[in-house]
Design a protein around this ligand. Structure first.
Ligand code: AMP
Length: 189
């Protein structure tokens, strides 16, 4: 059966790294909305022009736009055997739209993984990433905004998915390998 998994967690919790590894080991697609949007900005496309400033400020791109992107992307061939949604949904509206989209297709989510990490550790990791990757939205004041946005808009999704019974928690504080083995264990059943 196709595996459709959502990765949830603060910016910097390691979702992207784990998604890359899990995607390779399971042979399912890795859909990072952040990476898709950054590619659009870099290419100078219409979408990129629309979202560049929003991203730079650490704000969220409008829900309808994100839902359209996900509706299209999840219908591509490489998603047939499943996919990881890394960075989507990020608001309750997005989560509801995702649920409706899947229902229309007679599909469902296999699991929602919450990567748990203290804010201090997340900040330490983001500082490291800022030095290594030079990502525009890793700048200190944008980072603060991204945390605020996470707390206000994305954190409520924990309860949302807890209520649906699909949520599994993974300790994200170890090394990449330790976190990955926790992830694999959590998604085994
Ligand atoms: P990320 O790499 O997942 O941290 O995403 C980087 C930025 O892209 C975010 O700070 C948002 O501006 C935008 N973004 C990514 N995914 C979404 C989403 N699902 N909804 C709204 N904005 C998003």
């Amino acid at each position: 059966m196709a595996k459709r998994v959502v990765f949830l967690g603060m910016p910097g919790a390691g979702k992207g790294t784990q998604a890359e590894k899990y995607s390779a080991s399971e042979g399912i697609a890795h859909i990072s909305t952040g990476a898709m949007l950054r590619a659009a900005v870099d290419s100078g496309s219409e979408l990129g022009k629309k979202v560049a400033q929003i991203m730079q400020e650490g704000q969220l791109v409008p829900d309808e736009l994100m839902v359209d992107i996900i509706e299209a992307r999840t219908q591509e061939d490489d998603c047939q055997s499943g996919y990881i949604l890394d960075g989507f949904p990020r608001t309750e509206q997005q989560a509801r739209s995702l649920g409706e989209m899947l229902e229309k297709r007679s599909e469902s989510l296999s699991s929602v993984v919450l990567f748990e990490l203290s804010q201090d550790e997340v900040r330490r990791r983001l500082e490291k990433r800022r030095q290594e990757e030079n990502r525009a939205d890793d700048a200190a004041d944008t980072q603060d905004e991204r945390f605020r946005v996470y707390e206000a808009q994305t954190k409520p999704l924990i309860e949302y998915y807890e209520n649906s019974g699909a949520l599994v928690r993974v300790d994200a504080s170890g090394t990449v390998e330790e976190v990955f083995s926790g992830l694999v264990k959590a998604l085994e059943n």
